[in-house]
Design a protein around this ligand. Sequence first.
Ligand code: DX5
Ligand code: ZN
Length: 223
Amino acid sequence: MKIQILPSLLAADIGNLEAAARRAEECGADALHIDIMDGHFVPNISFGPNVVQMCKKCIKIPLSVHLMLSNPDQYVKRFRDAGADSLSIHIEAECDVPETLDLISDLGMRSGITLNPETPAKMIFPVIDQVDEVLCMTVHPGYGGQSFIADVLPKIHVIRERAKAAGKNLDIMVDGGINSDTAVLCAEQGANLLVAGTSLYALKDMRDGIYQMRQRAAEKLFV
Ligand code: DX5
Ligand code: ZN
């Protein structure tokens, strides 16, 4: 399993999203993370499929799309058509989750299941064999720039152990308050996909930030 670094576009300058997407790619990001919020599942509203489409046109790295939507099932095809390479839905969403995950896979995307910080690991066990990645939120979804919630760390470990026991090379993603220190804490528990918004976009030298985060986390990765 390899560490991958995914800058989160939510932290970019909204007036220059194309440049921000290109910057992530040029600085060595493995993929770009794009947050979609509906103002219902979470209190905030962010991007829609048109932003995914814009990114698809200007960069080649995969687009990791995180759907914070109450009814993600109704939008799967639209995000596929816009160019999403992976689509992650929440276990707390109000749709038929196993069916929606199947739809994501059937449409040729990587599928992901996301859990909020308070949601126990066992909630996703019924669908764990179905997904390519599990996204453990390390903040309450909705806003960038929040503090990392360390209480989530044992849950990452539980999910990694469960995947290992099943002989599955599961990608485990963390999202929220990730910087090069918290990235290491998550990697130690088994997380290998690291989403970072504020901590990377605020840097003068994003290339060095991505490099450092990757190196430090890779040294401690537990898989
Ligand atoms: C929060 C989003 C995150 C957000 C992370 O709901 O899912 O992807 O961009 O931002 P930082 O890294 O600033 O905590
Ligand atoms: Zn996200």
